[in-house]
Design a protein around this ligand. Structure first.
Ligand code: 5AD
Ligand code: FES
Length: 345
């Protein structure tokens, strides 16, 4: 196994057989070696800095009906909300005071957020915080829409590909959503000039070592600046509510592998990972992750943005999360920094 880890690190490539071996390994010393190599690789590029992104959940209205998602359209008991531009700017102001230099506007696919509404919002943030990065995570839109938002001042876009296998994609999404359109969006975003993040859930229903291998090949080919992965967590009221959650261990191994395949990638230790294990985010950092994305959304709406059950920090103030994370990250020997945290070319 150690030889395999060294080979992956040296070639920045992995075979299906090697992936199978790493994911099924039971030798804890060997798995620790994988994490150590990934951490060392991360630190050789970014030092011991961990970048923070302030997540602002702008709307939980969504026209889509993804089978896994707690805010899917047909989940009738969700209390729907959307934030005004003024509320979003207040979140940014709080975030800026706390040292955030990246704001992530995330939301469901909500038709109310037209290009006009969003461009106005992005411009307002851009004018107020010229030194900050603006990241959007608002799902599938037209190329023209992505272009206008980029012109308005957005720098980055997160759109998880969810799975690189078309049949698996079809089993996670309703018939009106298409794998090809997802790929078209990612391509458009890249061509327009965004720093792009793709990603997937670990342990989503129907996922296999083979589909994971396709995910890793897609990441190698697409060369995203960011990759967001976290365990699948069943959300009550969805078709997948009785499915098994993804594994923390598998998520950590995949984080480490992605770091070795793509040393400069920005890799979050996700809230989902922190939800399934009390030290999940810290363990993510020790396996090669270098980003955390605490919540800056207004406290009274957080519980309504429940993509999955038991999500972390829904009752905490942004300032509390900042202090908590600072302390947690320091236990790993890394350090939260006040920095945009751009991709290092
Ligand atoms: N468990 C874990 N992650 C989820 N997401 C959506 N629903 C769940 C869930 N039940 C992830 C998807 C989406 C991102 C915003 O959140 O990958 O792209
Ligand atoms: Fe909207 Fe899943 S239903 S992202």
């Amino acid at each position: 196994m150690k030889t395999i880890v060294d080979t992956i690190a040296a070639t920045r490539d992995i075979t299906l057989e090697q992936l199978q071996t790493v994911l099924s390994a039971t030798d804890t010393a060997a798995v620790d070696y994988l994490y150590a190599r990934a951490l060392e690789t991360c630190r050789s590029v970014y030092g011991n800095a961990v970048f923070m992104r302030g997540l602002i959940e702008v709307s939980n209205h969504c026209k889509n009906d993804c089978l896994y998602c707690g805010i899917r359209r047909s989940h009738a008991s969700v209390h729907r909300y959307r934030l005004s531009e003024e509320q979003v700017l207040e979140c940014c102001a709080t975030g800026y005071r706390l040292g955030f230099r990246t704001f992530v506007l995330q939301g469901g696919e909500d038709g109310w957020f037209s290009d006009t509404v969003l461009c106005h919002m992005v411009q307002a943030i851009r004018n107020a915080y010229p030194d900050c990065a603006i990241t959007l995570s608002l799902g599938e839109r037209s190329r023209e829409s992505y272009r206008q938002l980029f012109e308005a001042g957005a720098n980055r876009y997160l759109l998880r590909h969810e799975t690189a296998n078309a049949a698996h994609y079809a089993s996670l999404h309703p018939a009106e959503m298409s794998f090809d359109n997802r790929m078209r969006c990612l391509q458009d975003l890249k061509e327009i000039g965004y720093q792009v993040g793709c990603g997937f859930m670990v342990g989503s229903p129907g996922q296999t070592v083979e589909t994971l291998f396709e995910d890793l090949q897609f990441i190698r080919r697409f060369e995203p600046q960011m990759v967001g992965i976290g365990p699948f967590i069943p959300a009550s009221g969805t078709p997948f509510e009785n499915e098994k959650a993804g594994s923390v261990e598998t998520t950590l191994r995949l984080l480490a592998i992605i770091r070795l395949l793509h040393p400069r990638v920005l890799l979050p230790a996700t809230t989902a990972l922190g939800t399934l294990h009390p030290r999940g985010r810290e363990r993510g950092i020790l396996a090669g992750a270098n980003v955390v994305m605490p919540n800056l959304s207004p406290k009274d709406h957080r519980k309504d943005y429940a993509l999955y059950d038991n999500k972390l920090c829904t009752g905490d103030e942004a300032a509390e999360c900042r202090v908590c994370l600072d302390r947690r990250i320091r236990t790993t020997g890394s350090q939260l920094v006040v920095d945009r945290g751009d991709f290092r070319e």
